[in-house]
Design a protein. Structure first.
Length: 235
C-alpha cells in the first residue's frame, strides 16, 4: 500500500519545564489536539500519526483522531534526541510495515497556532520547488545586525559594531524557524539531511502567529494571544 503523505507529531512524555505539556489543557483542549486537528483539516495527509513513548499521550492522541501505530523506542525519547531521527524512525517504521511514504510533515505537538492553510502552502512549495524541505519561518522584530550582548563585566557590546550607525531600513531582514512544521521528502528524512540549508524553502508566517512555548511564562502569553485571535476571528 502506498501512502503519499503523512503527518508525524512527535510528543514524548518527559517534559521538564512544563510537566505533561503535550496534553495539558490549552484554551479548552489538550495542547496536542490543536496540531492533530490542523493536520486533519488541511486535507494534505493520508495518515496523521503521533510518535510518543507515553501511553497517556497516545490515548489523548487517539481520542482526537490521530493514530499511534507504534510506541517510540526509549533511545529516541530522551532530552537529547533531535527531531530528525524521530521522524526518520516513523518513516522507516511505516515502510517496514507496508506503507511507502513519499512525503512526511513533522508538526510539533506544542504548535496551537499552526494553520491548515499554511500546511497546504508548505506541501505546495515542496512539490513545486524541487527541494528537500519546506518549513515555517517568521521575521525577527528587530535587526539582528544591531544586537548587543552583556559582557562578563556587566557592560554591553555590539555583535556587529560596524552597524551602529546603519539605519534599520538599510539592513537585510532576518528570519528564524517558527517552530511549527517541517515538510520533507521521505528520502530527506531517512538520509537525515539538514533542514536549515539551501535545499529548503521557507513558508513565511506573520510574527503574531508564532510563539515558542517552553516555559510557564510562554504558556500564559500564548493563551492570551490565542484567545485574542479567536475573539477577533484572526489568523
Amino acid at each position: 500500500m502506498i501512502v503519499s503523505a503523512v503527518a508525524i507529531i512527535p510528543a514524548r512524555g518527559g517534559s521538564k519545564r512544563i510537566p505533561r505539556k503535550n496534553i495539558k489543557e490549552f484554551c479548552g483542549k489538550p495542547m496536542i489536539a490543536w496540531s492533530i486537528e490542523a493536520a486533519m483539516e488541511s486535507g494534505c495527509f493520508d495518515r496523521v500519526i503521533v510518535s510518543t513513548d507515553d501511553e497517556d499521550i497516545a490515548a489523548v492522541a487517539r481520542q482526537h483522531g490521530a493514530e499511534t501505530p507504534f510506541m517510540r523506542p526509549a533511545q529516541l525519547s530522551d532530552d537529547y534526541t533531535g527531531t530528525i531521527p524521530v521522524i526518520r524512525h516513523a518513516v522507516e517504521w511505516l515502510a517496514d510495515n507496508g506503507y511507502a511514504v513519499t512525503q512526511a510533515c513533522c508538526i510539533y505537538a506544542t504548535a496551537p497556532f499552526v494553520a491548515p492553510e499554511d500546511l497546504k502552502r508548505g506541501q505546495q512549495l515542496l512539490n513545486s520547488e524541487a527541494c528537500s524541505y519546506a518549513f515555517s519561518v517568521t521575521s525577527y522584530a528587530f535587526p539582528i545586525q544591531r544586537a548587543i550582548r552583556i559582557t562578563g563585566g556587566g557592560r554591553v557590546a555590539m555583535f556587529n559594531p560596524e552597524h551602529f550607525g546603519t539605519r534599520s531600513q538599510d539592513l537585510e531582514e532576518a528570519w528564524h524557524d517558527a517552530g511549527q512544521f517541517y515538510w520533507g521528502t521521505a528520502q530527506a528524512w531517512t538520509q537525515e539531511r539538514p533542514i536549515f540549508s539551501e535545499d529548503a524553502a521557507p513558508v513565511t508566517l506573520p510574527r503574531h502567529r508564532v510563539q515558542d512555548i517552553d516555559t510557564p511564562e510562554d504558556w500564559v502569553r500564548a493563551e492570551w494571544l490565542f484567545k485574542a485571535m479567536q475573539e477577533q476571528g484572526a489568523q
